[in-house]
Design a protein around this ligand. Structure first.
Ligand code: ADP
Ligand code: MG
Ligand code: ZN
Length: 442
């Protein structure tokens, strides 16, 4: 069966191998068709193939739900290039084309393999009978819900229409359902499984633990000179992955433009050349700084979080957060830019309770602004607060930092083996917390 799958992968998609063991395992589980399947893999990991390959090999039609017509169009075009019969029914489709598709679906032996629709379409009375008809004739092979986090009110891309998918799923008796999303917090995962009414699904999660990343938290207010401390950290970490791989580099994240300017200035003064990067700079200057950093001419960039999206540099030896990230999910993503080459790298947060208060205040303000604009409060207004609290407790807890992150994303606690400050020396972490406590009561 494995050889057949590999053969099909090559024939239909032109790939020699699966992207990962996980991708292969998901495809096999979907193809078995006896269980619902839940997939959490990072963007770019190749989630689409997890339903596209089984869809091609199945007898009937696979119904794919995706949130945006643009996303759907990309996928359909791509499949058509591969000579895989795929199409989409959406509000923009000319009536004549829609008729052709519906005629094919109503025929005894439909040619179509993948049918993409938006969740709005699911509810459309014109489309419902067609769907139920396919189902009763046993011609629906799978129901795939892509970008499944859109069903969660805890997520940031919540789409009310996704909530209707639970009903759809319940009506499509006997059709295995596959839900896919990028790495998501556990509460979002639970929400997806519940809302889509997946029945004890097989879950496939990309492990979030990366053993080459060392995590620690330093209480900034306890330091005689935080800049000197940061400087020493940078010097030490930049010598980490040296040797044959050439000199490494690093990122310091700050919340504000002023913060970037100050930290870059202080570091440079202390002998570590660092350049600021933020939205206040002219676009050409910003690109200039980014290029210098990419080419290794400047080793340290001090940036707001606008920096880093799409930046893929292998030898980032450290990511330091001078200010708290706004959620544990974003912290994982931002700090995860370190050590892509697999070599030891350091992820450090400089924690400050004053910072916490400030960000707390800003988040509340933002929520109030949204409520005012909307005219009423929503349960989901709390989301930003809850997300931030997870980040705060990551810093304030006594426990393995890797375990906290892994559990947050629904993984089991990994074997940290000294890859965080707590596992290396729990007494130091406790001592720091105690000193911080006495400071705050003064
Ligand atoms: P995701 O939805 O997880 O973000 P996609 O499904 O869009 O990822 O796939 C990302 C890219 O990976 C696409 O260009 C896709 O063609 C490619 N890809 C998927 N599977 C494989 C594979 N087995 N080998 C090589 N490339 C692959
Ligand atoms: Mg995708
Ligand atoms: Zn640990």
């Amino acid at each position: 069966m494995t050889t057949n799958l590999k053969q099909a992968l090559k024939t239909h998609f032109g790939f020699d191998t699966f992207r990962s063991k996980l991708q292969e395992d998901v495809v096999k589980a979907v193809q078995r068709g006896d269980r619902d399947v839940f997939v959490c893999m990072p963007t770019g990991a190749g989630k689409s193939l997890c339903y596209q390959l089984p869809a091609v090999l199945a007898e009937g039609i696979t119904l794919v739900i995706s949130p945006l017509i643009a996303l759907i169009q990309d996928q359909v075009d791509h499949l058509k290039e591969l000579n895989i019969p795929a199409c989409s029914i959406n509000s923009k489709l000319p009536v004549s084309e829609r008729r052709l598709i519906l005629a094919d679906l109503g025929s005894s032996n439909p040619k179509l393999k993948l049918l993409y629709i938006t969740p709005e379409m699911v509810a459309s009375p014109a489309f419902q009978p067609c769907l139920m008809d396919l189902c009763s004739r046993g011609l629906l092979s799978y129901l795939a819900v892509d970008e499944a986090h859109c069903v969660s009110q805890w997520g940031h891309d919540f789409r009310p229409d996704y909530l209707k998918l639970g009903e759809l799923r319940a009506r499509l008796q006997g059709v295995p359902c596959l839900a896919l999303t990028a790495t998501a917090p556990k509460n979002v995962q639970e929400d997806i499984i519940q809302s889509l009414r997946l029945s004890s699904p097989l879950s496939f999660l990309t492990p979030v633990f990366r053993s080459n990343l060392h995590y620690d938290v330093i209480f900034r207010e306890l330091l005689p000179n935080p800049y000197v401390h940061l400087c020493a950290f940078i010097k030490k970490t930049l010598s980490l992955g040296g040797g044959s791989n050439g000199q490494g580099c690093g990122i310091v994240y700050c919340r504000t433009r002023e913060g970037c300017e100050t930290v870059a200035h202080q570091l440079t003064k202390l002998g570590v050349v660092a350049k600021p990067y933020h939205a206040g700079l002219k676009a050409t200057d910003r690109t200039g700084v980014q290029n210098e950093w990419m080419q290794g001419k400047v080793l340290v960039i001090v940036a707001t979080i606008s920096f880093g999206m799409g930046v893929d540099k292998a030898n980032v030896r450290f990511v330091a957060h001078w200010n708290l990230a706004k959620s544990l999910a974003s912290y994982y993503q931002e700090s995860g830019r370190a050590g892509r080459d697999g070599l030891p790298s350091a992820c450090r947060t400089y924690y400050s309770p004053r910072d916490k208060e400030q960000i707390n205040f800003l988040i509340r303000q933002e929520v109030a602004r949204k409520q005012e604009k909307r005219g009423f409060a929503k349960d989901t207004d709390k989301t930003a607060m809850t997300d931030f609290e997870a980040m705060v407790s990551f810093c304030e807890q006594e426990g393995c930092r890797h375990a906290t992150i892994s559990k947050f994303f629904g993984n089991t606690a990994p074997n940290c083996a000294g890859a965080c400050d707590y596992c290396r020396n729990p007494k130091l972490v406790r001592a720091q917390l105690e000193r911080a406590a006495t400071l705050s009561t003064k």
